[in-house]
Design a protein around this ligand. Sequence first.
Ligand code: NAD
Ligand code: UDP
Length: 348
Amino acid sequence: MPNLRKVLSGDLDKLFDEDKALQRPEVQKRILVTGGAGFLGSHLCEVLLEAGHQVICADNFSTGLHQNVEHLARFDGFSLIAHDVVEPIDLDVDEIYNLACPASPPHYQADPVHTTKTCVLGALNMLELAARHGARIFQASTSEIYGDPQVHPQVETYRGNVNPFGPRACYDEGKRCAETLFFDFNRARHVEIKVVRIFNTYGPRMRPDDGRVVSNFIVQALKGEDITIYGDGSQTRSFCFVDDLIDGFIRVMASPASVTGPINLGNPAEFTIGELAEQVIELTGSRSQIVHRPLPVDDPRQRRPDISLAERELGWRPSVDLSAGLAQTIGHFDALLTRPDSELMEVA
Ligand code: NAD
Ligand code: UDP
């Protein structure tokens, strides 16, 4: 990684004094993206850099990959910091996108205490940073706020049905507490906040070992392995393609200060997991067989966003349908699995 500036957080002040590329031109914003080397974060960094902004990507590389951001070294305004958001940091920034947190159930359950710390202390540290520098701050919240929902589709006013001590709680309750912190900083310290509840999003740059359903099914289909449906496959999810979601992020950040959220972002087209498996088999032309495995504890039965608030406040609606998005994602995994030098081959 010779082209990327990778520094420890303690060296930051020195770096900003010395590095011309990190000085802020008047028309550009200096934007911190935590979790920027992950799936969503790397797409966001790319879009912000293409718009001419300076982007500081801070990541602890627990699930993120250098490979996701390597190509961003061509932008002068890009810098990469190895940093864990559970530790405080000081940077002079105009905007913060707080995305740092593993999102896949097997990943966030691997070290649940660190997941809670990432959600809660990460949010606190980023909010303190925003308060100190007058920065606007975006929180990647989640449809998991609704838990196993008893209201369908999910509207932002629904308060959810979350098990506070189950295996998903480190993530669900961590993200709920993060929302609490965001709104308290907004009320008490006048920090400009944007809280977005993201529904299942997929696309290129997901890891083959991510563990979420879209990447699992595509990798299994491409390898000709059994496709593992958990439970009977009648549970539903609504799948949003990454480009649509990132467009929503940008619109939220640019919205008037009065738009704080929480605001749902997701694709309202709802599919059973069985239907998803059939689509993946059809699009890959795979001979994989479907097998059933036990349903994980507290697995939500259904999930579909009501996006009327996003439509009204942001003029946002997803445009990529599932088969088009899956085709692009299949192309990504197909290329990845045939690239012997890929960092991801180590985990495939
Ligand atoms: P991801 O696992 O690909 O990315 C998470 C990134 O955060 C990784 O680069 C990881 O290394 C980094 N990270 C994790 N803990 C960290 C810490 N303590 N300090 C610094 N960096 C840390 O997941 P993703 O799908 O890109 O999700 C990004 C964000 O969006 C997460 O906050 C997630 O909760 C939220 N979200 C995603 C989805 C989705 O469907 N993709 C749905 C709901 C919410
Ligand atoms: N799932 C599945 N097979 C897999 C991975 C997941 O059937 O290989 C199911 C999982 O039980 C859940 C749905 O797919 O019902 C979505 O799971 P994912 O982990 O992608 O997201 P989340 O449960 O957090 O919405």
